[in-house]
Design a binder for this molecule. Structure first.
Ligand code: FNR
Length: 357
C-alpha cells in the first residue's frame, strides 16, 4: 500500500464507499434520524472566522504540542472508533501504525476489531488512549482498565453519550450486523459481537451513567480519566467534580442525539466552564485545517477526527491513515502561517470573529 494522494478529506468518503461493503459503509458514514446534526457539525465551522494576519514576520509554523504530559507532533488525534476491521483486514493495528508514523495520538475503542495489547504493540511506543464503554459488569470494566494499563495506555476515555444507540436509519435499512468479532469482548461477553447489531452491543453496556460511575472508574484506575460526549457546561462540571482529568466535547459525530447543536457551537461555552482546569479534546465534523484552527482557538487542546481516518484506512491501510493526518496537518500549517500564528499556543490565543453571513 502506498501513500494516498489526497486533495481534501471530504473526497475520501466517495472513494471509500466504492470499496467498503454497503452495511459497513452505512454504519461508518451514517448519523441518526435525518442527520441534521451530522451535517451541522461541519457547517458550523462557518459560524466563526479566522482573522488573516500579514505583517507578523513569521514563517514555518510548528504544530508540536504537549497535552496530558505527552509530546505530540500535531494537535490532531484519532477519535476512538469501533470495528475498524470493517474498513481494512488489519483494522486498528494498521491505524495505530499510521497514526504513530504521523506523530499523532491514537485512541482505541472498547469495540475494536483488534485487542488492546495488539493495537498498543502496533503503535511501537507511540502514545495511545483507551476508550471505555462502561459495562453493567464491573468485573469486565476493571478487566479492560487493567488490560489498558498493562498495555502502556496513557489515559482512559470514558464515553458517556451512548447509553443507547441513536436512531441510525442506515443500519436499520441494511439490517446491519457486525460481520467480524470485537477482540476485547471475547473473554467476557456471551459472544464476541460478531453477528450482532449495534443496539444489541450497546444493550450489554450500561444504560444509565452518573457522576458516581465516573468517580468509581477514576478511583479504580490510576490512569487519568477523560469523559467523552460532553456538550454542556453542566455535564463538564459534573465530570470534573467526579474526578475527570480531561473533558472530551463531542456529539459522537452526529450518531446519537439528532437535533442537538453542532459540537463546535457548544465548545466555547464548555471551555469557559472548564476554565483551563483540565485539557479539552474536541471532535465531530472536523474535515479541514481551518476547522482544527477554529476548535483550538475556541478552547480545545486536541482535535480528533473519526470517519476520515477510517476512510484512509480503507483506501491505503497504515499509509492511508498517515496520509490523512499529514493532509490535515498540512492544511493547518497553511492556516497558521496566514493567520500569523507560529505555535499551537498562539493558535489557542487567536481571537475568532463571529460574523453571521
Ligand atoms: C464512532 N465513535 C465512537 N466513539 C466512542 O467513544 N467509541 C466508539 O466505539 C465509537 N465508534 C464509532 C464508530 C464509527 C464508525 C464512527 C464514525 C464513530 C465516535 C467517534 O469517537 C467520534 O466522536 C466521531 O467519529 C467524530 O465525528 P467525525 O470526525 O466522524 O465527524
Amino acid at each position: 500500500e502506498e501513500k494516498l494522494d489526497i486533495i481534501n478529506l471530504n473526497e475520501l468518503e466517495a472513494q471509500a464507499k466504492a470499496i467498503i461493503p454497503q452495511g459497513g459503509f452505512g454504519y461508518i458514514s451514517g448519523g441518526s434520524e435525518d442527520e441534521w446534526t451530522l451535517r451541522e457539525n461541519t457547517n458550523a465551522f462557518e459560524h466563526a472566522q479566522i482573522v488573516p494576519r500579514a505583517l507578523t514576520d513569521m514563517d514555518n509554523p510548528e504544530t508540536d504540542t504537549t497535552v496530558f504530559g505527552l509530546n505530540l507532533k500535531t494537535p490532531i488525534m484519532m477519535a476512538p472508533t469501533a470495528a475498524q476491521g470493517l474498513a481494512h483486514a488489519k483494522g486498528e493495528v494498521d491505524t495505530a501504525k499510521g497514526v504513530a508514523a504521523a506523530g499523532a495520538l491514537m485512541a482505541q475503542s472498547t469495540y475494536s476489531s483488534t485487542s488492546i495489547a495488539d493495537t498498543a504493540a502496533a503503535g511501537n511506543g507511540a502514545p495511545q488512549f483507551f476508550q471505555l464503554y462502561m459495562s453493567k459488569d464491573w468485573d469486565f470494566n476493571n478487566h479492560l482498565l487493567d488490560q489498558a494499563k498493562a498495555a502502556g495506555v496513557k489515559a482512559i476515555i470514558l464515553t458517556v453519550d451512548a447509553t443507547i444507540d441513536g436512531y441510525r436509519e442506515a443500519d436499520l435499512r441494511n439490517k446491519f450486523q457486525f460481520p467480524i468479532p470485537m477482540a476485547n469482548l471475547t473473554e467476557y461477553s456471551e459472544g464476541d459481537g460478531a453477528g450482532k447489531g449495534i443496539a444489541e452491543i450497546y444493550a450489554a453496556a450500561a444504560q444509565k451513567i452518573s457522576a458516581a460511575d465516573v468517580k468509581r472508574i477514576a478511583d479504580y484506575t490510576d490512569l487519568p480519566v477523560i469523559v467523552k460526549g460532553i456538550e454542556s457546561p453542566e455535564d463538564a462540571l459534573f465530570a470534573i467534580g467526579a474526578g475527570a482529568k480531561g473533558i472530551y466535547v463531542s456529539n459522537h459525530g452526529g450518531r446519537q442525539l439528532n437535533g442537538g447543536p453542532a459540537s463546535f457551537d457548544v465548545l466555547a461555552d464548555v471551555a469557559k466552564a472548564v476554565d483551563h482546569r483540565v485539557p479539552i479534546i474536541f471532535d465531530s465534523g472536523v474535515r479541514r485545517g481551518s476547522h482544527v484552527f477554529k476548535a483550538l482557538a475556541s478552547g480545545a487542546d486536541l482535535v480528533a477526527m473519526g470517519r476520515p481516518v477510517i476512510y484512509g484506512l480503507a483506501l491505503g491501510g497504515a499509509q492511508g491513515v498517515q496520509s490523512v493526518f499529514e493532509e490535515l496537518n498540512g492544511e493547518l500549517k497553511i492556516d497558521m502561517q496566514l493567520a500569523g500564528t507560529k505555535t499551537i499556543e498562539d493558535v489557542k490565543k487567536a481571537k475568532l470573529l463571529h460574523i453571521h453571513y
